[in-house]
Design a protein around this ligand. Structure first.
Ligand code: ZN
Length: 612
């Protein structure tokens, strides 16, 4: 395959460059005898120059590897904003997997030529991220083998939606790409059927739901859009034929899944959705890249749950009579906390003020961060609050930050907020209670300042393709969750006990997610007990708890990432505080931590500790 040859020839060039002699003028070789001060200075400069050269070689290698990967995985490229290969569909067959395996093995061999110790800290972080990415891709394909038991991974509509909704080229050109992708849909599902082997029933159901959703992308609106375009009559006709064949292929796939489900049920041969301890630990190591095991994180989560309950109960006892002067306080701590939370949730903005209130809070948060000197901000890049565009709306997707990808850095960063009116009166009322007066503030801290948006600003100061493409989810989410607690500790909301109580509920969700994730996959946690845990010990609504149970059966590790990132950052900060004593400055700590971009927390900790 030409791809591999390119990789090797490029690497050969790097190696030659790396071994080339230095400019004699900068050679550290002295006249013999003990080095004098000048020699040492020269030697240090030479080390620096050498590191600079290694860095340059590594960066060139990383960038060329990413180009190879983009070409190998056109779907991933589309999601990253690169469309050169958008007309090609990856058919999920044996030959494709063999080629991918070969590519990843040779990539790892090529990477092994670099000595991470010779790279400067930012590049060393990228080296570790790249290595993890290559190894984890191999692990997913060869060991986790989700292509075999997770039929929901077969999604043809996702990349097509991006092509239809992103304005990267003239309409006709984009429709041409969609047409080419549609042509491959029947072969795609034929390969998918060959792959599937005894999937868990839960995953079969998810795949059917997703595929029905996919059919909705290929609806009459799309036909109307193609007919209204300036494509030639032939092209339009071809598009229509391909679309009809693609629809039929998806419908066949759904029928096939339906039959498969009935057979697995009758025979009792479906595999369990629980992946078990070994695979869970391995997946945790690749996805999170933490210093701790999944088991250790689970135990840390249990500790945090107990600590939160205690803290919340102290508050509940303190403020009970303020809110319930005539009601006796229940003896059970969880009961009195629950009753207070339920009562306080009624304090929220009017439905029409939801988006305006968020807009109002953002500058106030920025001002607070500046006033307390918590970290650096960039006043030239204000965050734009907007209503979530239609195609990004989905159940439960109330607020999100959308940032420009690495391939279109000039684009704006938006804080998307979905107007609650779109949910119908009953759901809207429930969301308003959920995002009540206090939680709404925490949500804004998490999504915007100093959460996701601020983290992104810092990451963009030293742009790195590796970090933007392979950013660590646990670090990104962990930072936003850490920001919530840090802001409250620093006095946002004036240490109001009601705000801390609500924060406790919010934080318990993150903690409980980790407990349930590990519980479901490793400890055979049953549905009833999981729901009880969420309802009674984390004060969640019934709908939230049942939806979370479903998510826990369909995903692995992902629910743990928020807590793992938070715990790692928080514990690291406390350790630094203890070590540095008076010299510890929150602002310096935050700025330095964020300067490494979205690298895994464990890698950042490593780099910061070696820095001194
Ligand atoms: Zn988040």
């Amino acid at each position: 395959m030409s791809n591999f040859r390119n990789l090797f020839s490029m690497l050969a060039v790097f190696m030659v460059l790396a071994c080339s002699p230095q400019d004699p003028a900068e050679s550290p070789a002295g006249e013999g005898g003990a080095p004098n001060v000048a020699d040492v200075a020269v030697a240090e400069r030479a080390d620096r120059d050498q590191a600079g050269q290694d860095d340059a070689l590594f960066t060139a290698f990383a960038e060329s590897w990413i180009e190879e990967l983009l070409a190998l995985e056109p779907e991933w490229a589309i999601y990253q904003g690169r469309y050169e290969w958008a007309d090609q569909v990856t058919i999920p067959n044996v030959a494709g997997r063999a080629a991918r395996h070969e590519f990843l093995r040779s990539s790892l061999d090529a990477l092994a030529h670099f000595d991470p110790v010779r790279l400067t800290p930012p590049r060393r972080a990228e080296y570790r991220m790249l290595k993890n990415r290559m190894e984890s891709m191999l692990w997913y394909q060869d060991r986790f083998r989700n292509w075999q038991w997770m039929p929901s991974v077969y999604n043809v509509a996702g990349p097509i939606s991006v092509l239809l909704n992103t304005d990267f080229a003239p309409e006709d050109e984009r429709l041409g790409l969609v047409s080419a992708r549609l042509a491959a849909v029947p072969a795609f599902f034929e390969a998918a059927r060959d792959n599937i082997d005894r999937p868990p029933l839960e995953h079969v159901e998810l795949a059917m739901i997703r595929s029905r959703g996919a059919l909705a992308v290929f609806d009459d609106d799309l036909l109307a859009r193609v007919r209204a375009s300036s494509l030639s009559a032939d092209d339009i006709q071809r598009f229509e034929e391909r679309l009809a064949a693609a629809q039929a292929a998806i419908e066949d796939w759904i029928d096939w899944l339906d039959t498969l489900e009935a057979r697995l049920r009758a025979e009792g041969t479906a595999r369990s959705f629980r992946i078990g301890e070994t695979l869970f630990e391995e997946k945790f190591a690749f996805d999170v890249q933490a210093d701790v095991s999944a088991r250790e994180l689970y135990e840390r989560a249990l500790q945090e749950q107990a600590r939160l309950h205690e803290e919340m109960d102290e508050i509940a006892v303190d403020i009970w009579s303020r809110h319930f002067p005539d009601r006796p306080m229940p003896d059970e701590p969880l009961e009195r906390i629950g009753e207070l939370i339920d009562y306080l949730s009624d304090r929220h903005v009017a439905i029409e003020d939801f988006v305006p209130e968020i807009r109002r809070q953002i500058p106030a948060l920025a001002e607070f961060v500046t006033e307390r000197d918590l970290l650096d901000q960039d006043p030239d890049k204000p965050l734009i609050v907007r209503e979530t565009p239609e195609y990004l709306r989905g159940a439960g997707n109330i607020a999100s930050v959308s940032a420009p990808g690495p391939f279109n850095p000039g684009a704006e960063t938006f804080y998307n907020v979905t107007p609650l009116e779109t949910y119908g009166p009953e759901m809207a009322a429930s969301y308003l209670r959920e995002y009540n007066h206090w939680i709404l503030q925490i949500l804004n801290i998490h999504e915007a300042i100093p959460g996701h948006y601020t983290q992104l600003l810092h990451a963009n100061r030293s742009p790195s393709l590796v970090k933007s493409l392979f950013g660590n989810g646990a670090m990104i989410e962990g930072w936003a969750v850490y920001a919530e607690r840090m802001m409250l500790e620093e006095g946002w909301g004036d240490h109001e006990p009601e705000l801390w109580l609500m924060y406790g509920k919010w934080a318990l969700r993150v903690v409980t997610n980790a407990i349930i994730d590990y519980g479901v996959h490793v400890l055979d946690l049953e549905r009833e007990e999981a729901i009880r845990l969420m309802r009674e010990e984390a004060f969640q609504e019934a709908s939230e708890a049942t939806e979370k149970w479903r998510r826990a059966t369909l995903s692995q590790v992902q629910l743990s990432t928020y807590f793992s990132g938070f715990a790692e950052i928080y514990d690291f900060r406390e350790r630094r505080k203890a070590e540095l004593g008076e010299a510890f400055k929150l602002r310096d700590f935050h700025n330095e931590f964020l300067s490494y971009g979205s690298a895994p927390v464990a890698v950042i900790v490593d780099l910061m500790e070696k820095h001194e």
